[in-house]
Write a protein that binds this ligand. Sequence first.
Ligand code: ADP
Ligand code: MG
Ligand code: MG
Length: 927
Amino acid sequence: MARLCIKIILLKIKNFLDMSTTKRVYKFGNKTAEGRADMKNLLGGKGANLAEMNRIGVPVPSGFTITTEVCTEYNQLGKDKVIQTIKEDIEDGIANIEKIMGSKFGDPSNPCLVSVRSGARASMPGMMDTILNLGLNEGVIQGLVKKTGNERFVWDSYRRFIQMYGDVVMGLKPESKEDIDPFEEIIDHLKEEKEVVDDTELTTADLKELVTRFKKAVKDKTGMDFPTDPWEQLWGAIMAVFDSWNNERAKFYRKLNNIPEEWGTAVNVQAMVFGNMGNTSGTGVAFTRDAGSGEDLFNGEYLINAQGEDVVAGIRTPRQITKEGSVRWAKLATVSEEERQKTYPSLEENMPEIYRELDDIQQKLEDHYKDMQDLEFTIQEGKLWLLQTRNGKRTGAAMVKIAMDLLREEKIDEKTALLRVDPARLDDLLHPVFDTKALKSAKILAKGLPASPGAATGQVVFFADEAEEWAAKGNNVILVRIETSPEDLRGMSVAKGILTARGGMTSHAAVVARGMGKCCVSGAGAIKVNYKTRMMNIDGKAYKEGDWISLNGTTGEVYEGQIKTMDPDLSGDFGRLMGLADKHTRMYVRTNADTPKDSKVARNFGAKGIGLCRTEHMFFEGDRIKAMREMILANDEKGRRKALDKLLPIQREDFEGIFEAMHDLPVTVRLLDPPLHEFVPHEEENQEEMAMEMGISIEDIKAKVDELHEFNPMLGHRGCRLGNTYPEISETQTRAIIEAALNLKKKGIKAIPEIMIPLTGTQKEFMLQEEIVRNTAEKVFKERNDRIEYLVGTMIEVPRACLVADKIAETAEFFSFGTNDLTQMTYGYSRDDSGKFLPVYVEKGLLKVDPFQILDQEGVGQLVEMGTRKGRSTNPKLKVGICGEHGGEPASVEFCHRVGMDYVSCSPYRVPIARLAAAQAAVKEGK
Ligand code: ADP
Ligand code: MG
Ligand code: MG
């Protein structure tokens, strides 16, 4: 007891010491920084890169970063405790900013304003909150007007601050989805009263009026006055940013991208620089390469006399940074060269010196990070400042091209290039494209910007939550919005494509769609959306909710109706990447395929054989089911053999087709697995038909169906339990396989069958089946006076099989882990019923992920590892693979590599993903 007390006291002292010695705030500014790029876990991506940019001499406004650990403390200990622990550090941080900027926070005679910015370890663009222009009040305003001599700018900044702070900290948000933002509504009213269209047309007096109305709205809604004390504002904002880690959209984004809940966000407090100080100021976003296509072309968008979010929010049409980009844009937007130069000049033409500096910096940043960068910058009265850099989000196609280009440019090596591509994103490249012929006759409705490549066809829906509802019912939807916001994320993720009327290539819609690998056309100005009537109008023609349209995200075209699609071309960089993967991988990849068509698709994607060919599908089609039913309903072996004789030629033909498609490569054929009652007729009508066919009474059929009923079919009469009770089934299937292979041999085609016994749990179960297979094969060889090579092995999917794997492997020639069933049986979760509780388990954090999607390495993985190890202990040549759904899931593939499997097998369209994931596993192991 006493020892326990001492232990607890020691622990408390240790905690206290940790609390008091941990560094919680990291300063940066004036080309020095306490943090570094490799401190993302602690400083968040934004904070780490702000520090790094300082270190390499890029102009960045000074500031400090509050660590992600403080966010965790905030969630655990609460607000007051956290304020107490960081108060001194924050005051010190502000003092440092004041020193560098030569101004004072909250001092009307020489004020310093700051932004308070969120920033997690992994970039979550727009998901959490940021507040600009903090530190303003009526007193500071006077000082700032004097300092800048620009009254309009000051009031514009103030109204923006109230808007952001009112939303983020004080909670003034739209009340329903049809409503617009309460502040935007006030602006719209005032604009109507003043008869102006653009925000920029509002006069200083108008802006003052806005401030008054904003403050009144705040008071009316919250009962509180808008805070005037800058320190109160600062603490409110810092806490709100911590809170924003837990807002709904951030939570959803984390789920979508597998970002752990416990990471927390850092908070960056940074001196403000102003892009809204007049015509020598501006703000923009840029990419060092094209995020859609991957082309090595510096590009981006900017606005003159604007602040931060304006470019991304799609409120004004942004201009292009480079002349090249501007000319390309004008062509798409059908703007004449004359008008382009006059109204939409590029930054390169408009501010050549700033442009040159920016171009130098973008190159410097890309060279430094050796990857495509996504930058934010602001120009304040002719001086350029960088506010953010990060590895840019990109489409799957761009991901591949950029990695291959950087390799060609010798900026990264082969292994790094392999690791640069997220295997899951290869999916984007495999998506269908529009059929070129169908496209020619299609009617173009409008043209927008090619914001995210791909082809999409679907029904128009105007609200994100309704997109979810429609999609849940199995509809293909195109989400059409004036512009999108982070609130729309869920709807965007289920839509086939996204179309916006406003916003450029860096608008929210565009960036998020590219990140999701989803087709998007943005800024299609010809489209007039009316949320209230749920209609859109294009050139005088109305389209309502539910109408079909098609989008081409590669060209920006919007078409009427549905358009046919075709397979994409997969040569070039994709081929090169796959070649690299093969060079560095240890495991190879097979496919799960039951038809010649799937086999061919998989082979084109580089499958080195079939890892799982299920035979039950072969029995369902057309008339075959009748013969199958006859077999099942038969009363004795003789009756079963009669029916099996009908099935033999059909099966043989199916195998010939598959073996031929996979010639020279191994094909693992699994003998019949599912419970018999799945095949028998349950409807009266079918029962009658079967009775006629077999010449027995319908009562007999009904009795037989009842007899086959099982309480727990998943654990019932299936797998090798079928073959061991009705050996003639295994016999016939073996005969079909071997005869098919011999038939092909005659035609000069080499088939390499591997016969797989399903659901083995004991050594004897396997040995009895093996005997049937080998005896039958020998019999056929004798009949035909010819032979072929084949293997006999088993699927490992019953936990017991893993425990006695050494025994089974004494005669088995291969193991293939059936991790779907193995997961089901290890957890005891019925795959057919888990829908009722698994989502809740994941939601509540009882499980991190669905173990049927991502292999549970901790539990099920132990069995897989043990099965492999034990199996090889008695049979060193044992071939080991996986054929469960997990075989195409990158994290699970990596695990399979680590336990020493020879191959993974997955569905045809996942083959490239698995090839890359397997190579990455090998590369990571070597590092
Ligand atoms: P997000 O994570 O949503 O991109 P940011 O923290 O990057 O949010 O800020 C939003 C916008 O405000 C960006 O355009 C950014 O460049 C701008 N911004 C942030 N801090 C400052 C600052 N100190 N001075 C000028 N602009 C800023
Ligand atoms: Mg470049
Ligand atoms: Mg940003």
